[in-house]
Design a protein around this ligand. Structure first.
Ligand code: ADP
Ligand code: ZN
Ligand code: ZN
Length: 739
């Protein structure tokens, strides 16, 4: 039998596998799908994943290279994860090798052994005695020896400090032969006793029905959409379901949006359970991530909590997947592999035959549509849990009212009353910085980014103009670069300006700003939150960072400074996003005993969307919005794929997309696909960004199947186009941002 050909997925954007011969001396039996190999690739060496073995290769034998080294004794990736990655790569038309790149911990990609951290353990030597005469005049060493004598299994390096063992003393003892050390793999913690550390809350009727419904779906694939108003106790539903999962000897995977990764959210899980919780988010180190990943894979983590990419964590005994705030945009990756973790969670649950629960106070129209179509069971929590009442909405028409840094006089009065009553106020403004524009009052010059078709934001505290699209920053000019006059005026208000103004208007109360700038340093946000939780009257000003997830029991007034943006935008999803944001921010009001009020400042107080949202709530709005999408033939009633291209020279990206459109038309004819439309190519809404010219081509289909029949052969054709190497391009399947 001839030696088999190895077909590997490599870190390359090309959507194909690469053929190699086996490394010399490695028996075929050890070459199992999933093992990693180090291979020569161009002038580099890379780590690839073995996908399959084949008898022959298209590559001529003399060109076929041998792999250099087999890195794993057996596959570190369980078959279920391989399967999920293959599905993902296929659906998003992405290279499988690069898909592994996004799905696997960095250390695995780099070829590190798929093993836990190694630790040094300190032990007493077999013949060591605490009364050793050599220690007569060394009390510290004697003490250390006595401490170690109490730990017959040894002490790991990491615990030395906790046991007050001094490294210098240990080294001296080691030199005297009284100790020995050993390198061991990090041992998983054993778990004993009951799962609960904290009593469960008695559920209300709706919560109980939700828990029962999901529980009845354990053991097989079932999808649920938990639509529960803010403060309705969705988290309690998750916690009680997780308890059931743990009792059944299985693991739970919980996805949360990036922005919710506050200690508050995590604490609710760790405080409730005596369980091994693995955390996977962007803030952890590579080694920690690999350890958590391995623990989950080997069934030694009971609960896995993480952001988007945690979806790719293998689980030995999967029991339930929960996607909290399923509407949140951070579940969609906007670079490289443009996957949607919520959608993949459903796919994964189906593959692993387990239930999946999507929860939100403001479900996405996609998920609501799936619920209407019977694909998801809809569970509703209509009431706030405990004593809390729903907030009252006031639409405040600011037409022709004076605005002071975006704040109208009636709003000022409402804020003053709330603070005087000893309560807290949250002011929401989804724009950071001091002002969105700097304008010359003499000649009309405005500060534009030199690299983008966009205005620069004034960050007054740093005396800088910054572009929020490409990161470009420059000193704030003192005179107009065009006419040299000095009357430069900030136009509009961002959080920095609102903060400054509120501090002047309400000098007796602290003003806390919470946005990406004010929380850039790690300890900043916890400190701000701690101040809020002390409960004294204060003003919070912030962007969507404060809109989500937080539980601020003393906030009774929420002010939305500007609700108009979402009503004007050309993006068909803008109104959905605006509604979600308004409801989420509003949901911070009155979450405890005192009732809450939400004031929405707008120039369009009679806009039907706002009226409906304020008077009938989010689901009524969503039904209306779905009806409009259906009538317009937009998602979720249509399926989209967006081909983006960008290049240094103007016209280059469009040229490539023209060729791409030609290819698509030919394929549509050849495959006899008719229900597909090509829209474009057109310049991107922001044509120039970070110095590149951008264009896009949209594919719109009434059904998913024809779209995907086209995509496979189309991308193969695109890779061969002459422009494909000079233009930077990417495909976005199910895009959520059309720019
Ligand atoms: P959501 O996640 O839906 O916004 P939370 O789970 O944060 O809501 O619950 C809001 C508040 O209500 C929390 O303080 C929570 O402890 C409390 N709560 C939840 N369920 C109950 C219940 N059954 N009885 C009493 N209080 C509850
Ligand atoms: Zn000027
Ligand atoms: Zn820019």
């Amino acid at each position: 039998m001839p030696a088999p050909i190895l077909r590997l997925a490599l870190p390359s954007p090309l959507r194909r596998l690469f053929d190699y011969r086996a490394p010399p001396g490695v028996p075929t039996a050890r070459l199992r799908p999933g093992v990693r190999l180090r291979v020569p690739f161009g002038r580099r060496e890379v780590v690839g994943v073995l996908v399959e073995l084949s008898e022959h290769s298209e590559v001529p034998p003399d060109k076929l290279k041998a792999a250099l080294e087999l890195l794993d004794p057996c596959s570190p990736l369980p078959p279920s994860l391989l399967r999920l990655c293959r599905w993902t790569a296929h659906y998003y038309q992405h290279s499988l090798g690069d898909t592994f790149g996004w799905a696997l911990p960095a250390l695995l990609r780099q070829g590190e052994p798929a093993e836990r951290r190694q630790e040094r353990w300190w032990h007493l030597a077999a013949d060591a005695r605490p009364d050793d005469p050599r220690l007569a005049r060394a009390p510290r060493q004697r003490e250390a020896l006595q401490t170690l004598a109490q730990h017959p299994h040894g002490v790991p390096q990491a615990l030395l400090g906790k046991l007050r063992l001094n490294k210098a003393s240990l080294d001296l003892l080691l030199a005297k032969g009284l100790l020995r050390t050993e390198i061991r793999h990090h041992a998983p913690r054993e778990r004993h006793g009951s799962w609960l550390l904290q009593a469960e809350l008695p559920l209300n009727d709706e919560q109980r029905e939700a828990v029962e419904a999901v529980r009845a779906g354990f053991g097989g694939f079932n999808a649920f959409l938990l639509a529960g108003v803010t403060g309705s106790g969705k988290t309690e539903v998750y916690l009680q379901l997780i308890h059931q999962v743990l009792e059944a000897g299985r693991q739970a995977l919980v996805l949360i949006p990036e922005i919710n990764l506050g200690p508050q959210t995590l604490e609710r899980f760790t405080r409730r359970f005596n369980a091994r919780v693995a955390l996977l988010h962007s803030g952890i180190g590579d080694r920690e991530r690999l350890d958590a990943w391995l623990a989950a894979r080997d069934g030694e983590a009971d609960i896995v909590i993480g952001t988007r990419s945690a979806l790719f964590t293998p689980l030995k005994h999967p029991g339930l997947i929960i996607v909290d705030e399923e509407h949140d945009a951070s579940y969609k990756q906007q670079e490289g592999l443009r996957y949607h973790a919520r959608d993949l969670a459903v796919v994964r649950a189906r593959q692993e035959e387990i239930p999946v629960l999507l929860g939100s106070a403001t479900p996405s129209l996609e998920s609501l549509h799936n619920a209407h179509a019977g694909r998801y069971a809809l569970l509703r929590l209509r009431q706030r849990a405990g004593q809390a009442r729903p907030p009252r909405f006031l639409r405040l028409d600011v037409k022709s009212r004076p605005l002071d840094a975006g704040i109208s006089p009636p709003l000022q009065q409402a804020i003053a009353r709330t603070l005087a009553a000893g309560q807290q106020v949250l002011v929401f403004l989804n724009r950071r910085g001091f002002a969105p524009t700097l304008l010359c009052h003499d000649c009309g010059w405005i500060a534009l980014c030199p690299r983008c078709d966009a205005r620069m934001t004034l960050h007054q505290r740093q005396r800088e103009l910054r572009c929020h699209h490409c990161g470009h920053a420059e000193r704030q000019p003192t005179a107009c670069p065009q006419c040299a006059q000095v009357d430069l005026r900030p136009v509009g208000a961002g959080t920095e300006r609102a903060e400054e103004r509120l501090a002047i208007l309400f000098p007796d109360y602290p003003v806390l700003r919470i946005d990406r700038d004010s929380t850039a340093r790690k300890e900043a946000l916890p400190r701000l939150l701690a101040t809020i939780h002390r409960g004294e009257p204060c003003l919070l000003v912030g962007t969507q960072m404060i809109a989500k997830g937080h539980h601020f029991p003393r906030v009774t007034l929420v002010a939305i400074l500007d609700a108009d943006g979402g009503l004007f935008s050309a993006d068909f999803r803008a109104s959905e996003r605006m509604a979600q944001l308004i409801v989420q921010v509003a949901g911070r009001a009155g979450r405890a005993e005192e009732p809450g009020t939400v004031i929405i400042q707008t120039h369009l107080a009679d806009h039907p969307l706002l009226v409906q949202l304020a008077e009938q709530g989010y689901l009524a709005f969503a039904e209306q919005a779905l009806a409009e999408r259906r009538a317009a033939g937009l998602p979720p009633f249509a399926h989209l794929a967006l081909l983006r291209a960008e290049a240094h020279r103007p016209g280059q990206a469009e040229g490539f997309l023209e060729q791409a459109a030609d290819e698509a038309r030919q394929l549509l004819a050849a495959l006899q696909l008719s229900s597909l439309e090509l829209l474009g190519p057109v310049p991107a809404p922001m044509e120039r960004r970070a110095g590149r010219h951008r264009a896009q081509l949209l594919l719109q289909a009434s059904g998913r199947a024809p779209l995907h029949r086209l995509l496979g052969p189309w991308l193969a054709a695109l890779e061969r186009l002459p422009g494909a190497r000079t233009v930077r391009w990417s495909l976005d399947v199910d895009p959520i941002d059309l720019y």
